[in-house]
Design a protein around this ligand. Structure first.
Ligand code: TUI
Length: 315
């Protein structure tokens, strides 16, 4: 399976499965495990300063000889410096999120990196393809963290129709059914975050993982719409405070201030009531913590049964 897949051939990987570049928890531990299991591990640079990112890259290089990527969050105050680190370290795959990476594309392409931006709209996908990106990640609003407002179901086929580069689907994919479904929509690969949070290798605090394990289909909510940076998280004391501020039409600065430092509070200190528990909508169907290799084996190994079952229902 996937011997002829465009993404596998482009990146030299076994399975077209990207690990979402999650801030604070997309560390070398998780990224190297995903790459060693045949997917594409991705270090999430988030708001990391450049020296820390460089250390994380060094660790990852020590733990895997397979390709891995770095995700650059374009709202980071260190974006220019972290771009320099990925160029110096000759990272073969760079994904970007939360903005338009246009100005950085020439430098990345210059060292032969494959540049694969996350997009949440057809317009941005088309604009970026014109600047020479190698593929796009079409991320639906089902995802955790910073999200757009179009669902994966609606976004992936529209982007697949609009561009001539491979499309990787993200948002709402957590098992073989989701993976098969997005291939039906025109994707050539998947990006998965939430399922990998519930892995043994993910360094998220046990309280964070347990909170995700307890989630049901309606446990997440999008906060911060009024700031222009909407974020999907599990409902808790913090989201109620956000809702109260938004209801009062509080100034954007006040709302943004409430969010500052709250992701680390949840992922590292384990405060799942006052912290920001970013996770996707499929958390409701996940009930176990598994090793990364097992997650990938189950995702890929389950596809034939999904296709068979689908065919029997289409007959
Ligand atoms: O970037 C993400 N997900 C993230 S980043 C993050 S860190 C953070 N922490 C606190 C507050 C906000 C963020 C947590 N999760 N996903 C990729 C993604 N990119 N989703 C949506 C977009 C996006 C949105 C608008 C990409 C481009 C865009 O257009 C901007 C433009 O210039 O047209």
């Amino acid at each position: 399976m996937f011997e002829q897949n465009q993404i596998c051939k482009l990146l030299g990987i076994k399975y077209p499965i990207f690990q979402g570049g999650m801030a604070w928890i997309g560390t070398a531990e998780l990224a190297s495990a995903v790459s060693n299991a045949g997917g594409l591990g991705i270090i999430g640079a988030g708001h990391m300063p450049p020296d820390l990112l460089q250390k994380e890259i060094q660790k990852c290089k020590g733990w895997t000889d397979k390709p891995f990527g770095v995700n650059i969050m374009l709202m980071s105050p260190f974006v220019k410096e972290v771009m320099k680190v990925v160029v110096d370290e000759r990272i073969p795959v760079v994904t970007t999120g939360a903005g338009n990476p246009g100005e950085y594309i020439p430098a990345l392409k210059g060292i032969g990196s494959k540049v694969i931006p996350v997009v949440a709209s057809v317009a941005l996908a088309k604009r970026l393809v014109r600047t020479g990106v190698d593929a796009v990640i079409a991320e639906g609003t089902e995802s955790g963290g910073h999200v757009g407002d179009i669902t994966t179901m609606a976004l992936v086929p529209q982007i697949a129709d609009a561009v001539d580069v491979p499309v990787i689907a993200a948002g709402g994919v957590g098992d073989s059914r989701g993976m098969t479904a997005v291939f039906a929509l025109g994707a050539s690969g998947v990006q998965i975050g939430t399922r990998f949070v519930l892995s043994e290798e993910c360094i998220a605090h046990p309280n964070y993982k347990n909170f995700v394990l307890k989630a049901s289909d309606r446990s997440t909510v999008v906060t911060g719409r009024s700031t222009g940076h909407p974020v999907r998280v599990i409902k808790n004391k913090l989201t109620r405070e956000f809702e109260e501020l938004e209801r009062k039409n509080a100034p954007v600065e006040e709302i943004e201030k409430l969010g500052a430092g709250k992701l680390n509070l949840a992922t590292h200190k384990g405060d799942v009531e006052n912290g920001s528990v970013m996770i996707g909508q499929i958390s409701g169907m996940l009930h176990d913590i598994k090793p990364v290799a097992r997650i990938i084996e189950d995702l890929v190994g389950g596809i034939p049964a999904v296709v068979d079952s689908m065919q029997s229902r289409l007959r």
